[in-house]
Design a protein around this ligand. Structure first.
Ligand SMILES: [Zn+2]
Length: 290
């Protein structure tokens, strides 16, 4: 909430003591060409909150990007996939392997849509039976559904995207709310799902001049931020037209028009609210990476 005025944006690697949340961007790339050429990384995000460490949308290269950022995936408590597109789910199985210590320990939670977990008429499930058996919990989410991960509440939000089952999330923990839109264009009423968020993460593929049905551009992001009024907003999931400094200009345009501080995330950036307990796995990992 606003009383948490101590908010710092810093590069990952810093170790903080205490209570709070940290969101690390293993990659801010989105869409076809940025991801395929790795013009921006596509490893997803790591959310650490209230004793949980959640890998959200592990796209291609997630393990490599985690290693580069000294983020240990072996102590994850959950892996989440918002929808079944490659840039969001490609490394989900590799991330589950990490969470289950190389599939030797039954642990962790996998959270996603029915199409990802069970498949649909045209597609097999992304979660195979071997890894299914290594997970302690599998949660099938759809818009409006809420679950608990330890003390953290997770609510699925609707999207308007090519994957009709795609979802976003709102996390509640440590007295704060973190929203994530997932992929999809802005639609009237979307804001009601993200009201009261301290931080809103938006997947903004294109600048305001460029509309593409099913995907959010900066104009849609402005509409969302103006209506939802989060404590602050951050954009990621950038396509070709958002790289080379454009995303930063769009973020500043949204800030100016909405009065809500909006930034463009960078590969490897972390946003910290409050104080985060020291990551146990980080020091041991350093030993192996030297
Ligand atoms: Zn998508």
């Amino acid at each position: 909430m606003l009383w948490r005025t101590l908010l710092t944006v810093l590069l990952s690697g810093s170790l903080l003591q205490g209570d709070g949340m940290r969101l690390t961007f293993l990659g801010v790339g989105g869409g076809r060409w940025v991801v395929l050429r790795q013009l921006r990384a596509s490893g997803g995000m790591i959310l650490e909150i209230d004793g949980q460490k959640i890998h959200i949308d592990p796209g291609p290269g997630a393990l490599v990007r985690a290693s580069e950022r000294r983020v240990d995936l072996c102590d994850l408590t959950a892996v989440m996939v918002s929808h079944r597109h490659t840039d969001h789910m490609n490394d989900a199985i590799a991330s589950i392997e990490s969470m289950t210590k190389g599939a030797t320990t039954r642990r962790g939670c996998f959270i996603s849509t029915r199409a990802v977990i069970r498949g649909d008429r045209e597609n097999p499930p992304i979660l195979d039976s071997f890894h299914r058996g290594k997970l302690r919990k599998i949660c099938t989410m759809s818009p409006g559904k809420t679950m608990m991960l330890g003390k953290v509440s997770i609510k699925a939000t609707p999207t308007k995207h090519r994957d009709a089952e795609g979802i976003g999330f709102v996390f509640g923990g440590e007295g704060m709310r973190i929203g994530y839109t997932g992929d999809g264009e802005y639609f009237p009423g979307m804001e009601k799902h993200f009201m009261g968020c301290d931080l809103l993460v938006m997947n903004v593929l294109r600048p305001r001049t460029d509309k593409w049905p099913g995907h959010m551009n900066s104009e849609g992001a402005l509409d969302l931020v103006k209506a939802a009024r989060p404590g602050q907003a951050v954009m990621q999931h950038f396509g070709m037209k958002m790289i080379k400094g454009i995303a930063e200009k769009e973020a500043s345009w949204i800030s100016g028009r909405s009065g809500v501080k909006t930034t463009a995330a960078r590969d490897g950036m972390s946003i910290t609210i409050g104080r985060v307990p020291e990551e146990k796995g980080r020091k041991p990992l350093e030993r192996f990476l030297e």
